[in-house]
Design a protein around this ligand. Structure first.
Ligand SMILES: O=C(O)CCC(=O)C(=O)O
Ligand SMILES: [Fe+2]
Length: 382
């Protein structure tokens, strides 16, 4: 999972060497000069810096296992996925970024956002819960190390599943939020197996309260990801041999929905918490466009990273060696919301979604932990 988004990072970013990746991140973040996208890969403008392996399907020579499917989701499916991401999925058993600090009404937040409720609906937990100590696995305040978290192992996950691993204590300073403020403060919703941000590991002690079993990925999300993996002409990629195995056993079981406001960025990181280091990660872009930046497996690498313009409906698949590549989102593109996601009359439910999207991008980021059904059963029963 990524490091925290920049707006959450209260302490300053530690001094970093001036790597090609950092330089490129800074370039796309700059708001004091007009944005220059001439070096970014944009399939609508020029496809010469990528390898076209199918209709709307590209690979990149420097990133073995990276597959880009522009405009994979049609307008109807984008809207369906947006409704799921905002209205349906941010509710139990899926945890979200506000849950640790706020009590959220059982009907969720969307309903209040859509109805423009002016009363406070997310109330600070600290007001009603006894104070708790900060668990040692959270970095002391004032420090934000550049974490190179270790790849996960089954044994480590077993140990975590046996323990009760408290979340960060509720903040004593947060203020109550109405529906609108709460939705704009929402940074992520967890889907599938629970990812513990303090431990930077999946925590199987957190189960679906209804089934007491593992938390499942919402079915429509799993289906879209499966469809994308099956749509790729893997035999034309340089990971063709390994892909034969992935295709057979592809079963996404974990992930995160990221919500970005126009000024948000996501710092370059590697998603290392999955036991597997090569199974496909499927990433769906919705709403405003963004610059996605991908390098290789070293933060200090001297080779220049590849910037790609991602639009609503685009899918990026990271697999094979690229699964361990640094990547991030240094820029959301202003004024890039496509007309079909703006307010329209045919769908009378759409108005609040258009309102939300007018300043937002959503990313549905879906992984496979690489654990067998038997291993998962063992983890949820310890
Ligand atoms: O927003 C994106 O396109 C990428 C998100 C990401 O890298 C992550 O969630 O790990
Ligand atoms: Fe990531």
């Amino acid at each position: 999972m990524p490091l925290s988004k920049q707006r959450f990072a209260r302490p300053p970013t530690p001094p970093d060497t001036d790597t090609t990746l950092r330089r490129s991140e800074r370039f796309y973040k700059r708001k004091d000069i007009p944005l220059d996208l001439s070096d970014a890969f944009d399939w609508l403008r020029d496809d010469s810096s990528a390898v076209k392996i199918g209709d709307k399907c590209y690979t990149f020579e420097n990133h073995p296992g990276l597959v880009y499917l522009p405009n994979y989701l049609n307008e109807h499916d984008q809207k369906r996925m947006i409704k799921l991401s905002l209205r349906d999925i941010p509710a139990p058993p899926n945890r979200n970024s506000l849950d640790a600090h706020y009590k959220i009404p059982t009907e969720g937040l969307w309903h209040h956002y859509a109805a423009n409720t002016k009363t406070d609906v997310a109330v600070p937990r600290a007001a009603t819960e006894p104070p708790r100590e900060m668990p040692s696995y959270y970095a002391p305040s004032g420090e934000r190390p550049l974490i190179n978290n270790q790849p996960s192992t089954f044994e480590a996950l077993k140990q975590i599943a046996r323990e009760h691993n408290p979340e960060i204590p509720p903040s004593p300073t947060v203020k109550p939020l109405n529906g609108e403020r709460a939705m704009y403060k929402l940074r992520w919703t967890n889907i599938g197996h629970y990812y513990h941000w303090g431990l930077k590991q999946y925590d199987f002690s957190v189960r679906d309260p209804q089934t007491a079993g593992p938390i499942a990925i919402p079915q429509p999300v799993a289906q879209v990801c499966k469809g994308a993996v099956e749509a790729i002409p893997w035999q034309r990629t340089c990971v063709a041999e390994a892909a034969e195995e992935w295709k057979k056993g592809y079963k996404p079981d974990a992930g995160i929905i990221n919500y970005y406001n126009l000024n948000d960025t996501l710092m370059a990181h590697v998603d290392r918490s999955e036991v597997t280091s090569s199974l496909p990660l499927v990433s769906i872009s919705l709403g405003h466009s963004a610059v996605f930046l991908i390098g290789d497996d070293e933060r200090e690498s001297i080779s220049p990273p590849t910037p790609i313009v991602l639009r609503s409906g685009d899918v990026v698949v990271m697999s094979g060696p690229t699964r361990r590549s640094y990547h991030g989102v240094p820029r959301i593109l202003e004024r890039s919301l496509p007309p079909h996601l703006q307010n329209e009359q045919e769908d009378d439910e759409w108005e609040p979604f258009a309102r939300y999207l007018s300043t937002a991008r959503i990313n549905v980021n879906v992984r496979q932990t690489g654990l067998s059904d038997q291993q998962i059963a063992e983890l949820v029963s310890v």
